[in-house]
Ligand binder design. Sequence first.
Ligand SMILES: Cc1cc2nc3c(=O)[nH]c(=O)nc-3n(C[C@H](O)[C@H](O)[C@H](O)COP(=O)(O)O)c2cc1C
Length: 175
Amino acid sequence: MLKFLIIYSSTDGHTKTICERIRDSSKNKETIKIISLEEAKSFDISTFYKIIIGASIRYGSHSKELYKFIQSNKDILDQKDNVFFSVNVVARKPEKNKPDTNPYIKKFIKTSQWKPKKIGVFAGKVSYPNYNFFDKYIIKFIMFITKGPTDTSQSYEFTDWEKVDDFAKQLWHNS
Ligand SMILES: Cc1cc2nc3c(=O)[nH]c(=O)nc-3n(C[C@H](O)[C@H](O)[C@H](O)COP(=O)(O)O)c2cc1C
């Protein structure tokens, strides 16, 4: 029986990978369904016991579609055990990698007016070779001013997978 729903809002797939890792750390994988935010829009989310939403940052914000989805489903979310996590590269910095120190989490809580029962934040990935010309050079510039890697022939994964596993353990400990 499906009991848990994980919804990912992802542009380049890394948030989906984190969601899969969270699912795979459960002993009861068959009770967990993962869907994209796009799929979630036409999906009955009300039958699940716990709903987890993971979303990435692009140019300073979570997607507008994410905010719309939360607004439309806030009542259902509030009735459930619910969890939110954000994926961004600012979180590679130790002083910005916790829910109360990450600027995007703070902005999300303020803007969405949803109070998730549990919040996480994970550092994402920069895959220069996969980006178009515009994105590549903007990200390179952001990395330069924030003292990050700027070799555009490389990909850089900043995700602390142990932290993801710890977070997942807390999600599944009663299931
Ligand atoms: C075009 C673009 C803009 C981004 N803007 C930001 C940003 O403003 N702040 C930040 O911390 N990370 C930013 N990132 C980094 C992403 O959040 C990171 O690559 C994340 O792993 C993407 O997850 P996804 O593959 O699930 O979309 C940006 C990445 C791209 C490609």
